[in-house]
Design a protein. Structure first.
Length: 145
């Protein structure tokens, strides 16, 4: 997860100073290779799972888990989850508002316009793993979901 260096509370918002990273997004890494071999995808995906699990243990629901929000440091093979703009508190409740990338929305959002946080995270992770090993996301547009 991207490291928080400093934060400041203002009357109407918080300012967060985060580490700056230059490594490529996993989406670029996948595109350059067309897809990732299963062994490599498994190792990288494990790092993503650890990051998401840590977020959940801190009651954070990312809501936009996708290859463009994961940075890969090729020198250390370290993976970092970034872009928490869509995140919210993780609660045992039904969410009725959605942030994130539409082609990654969980199926229940399209049927019921609501979702549960942890199952939705599993959906996003499934879409990510599919993209890693196949080189494309499983859906081209929302109506394909």
């Amino acid at each position: 997860i991207l490291q928080l260096l400093h934060w400041l509370e203002l009357p109407d918002c918080f300012l967060l100073l985060l580490e700056r990273l230059k490594p490529p997004q996993i989406s670029d890494f996948i595109r350059e290779r067309r897809f990732l071999p299963e062994d490599l995808a498994r190792g990288l995906f494990l790092w993503v799972l650890v990051s998401v699990r840590h977020c959940h243990s801190c009651s954070v629901l990312h809501r936009d888990i996708k290859s463009k929000n994961i940075i890969l440091n090729l020198a250390t093979v370290e993976v970092k989850l970034i872009n928490f703009n869509c995140s919210t508190l993780l609660r045992d409740m039904v969410y009725t508002k959605f942030s994130g990338t539409p082609v990654y929305y969980p199926l229940e959002w399209f049927h019921y316009h609501c979702y549960h946080g942890r199952p939705a995270a599993i959906w996003w992770l499934d879409v990510l793993l599919y993209e890693m090993v196949c080189g494309v996301i499983p859906f081209r547009c929302c109506k394909d979901i």
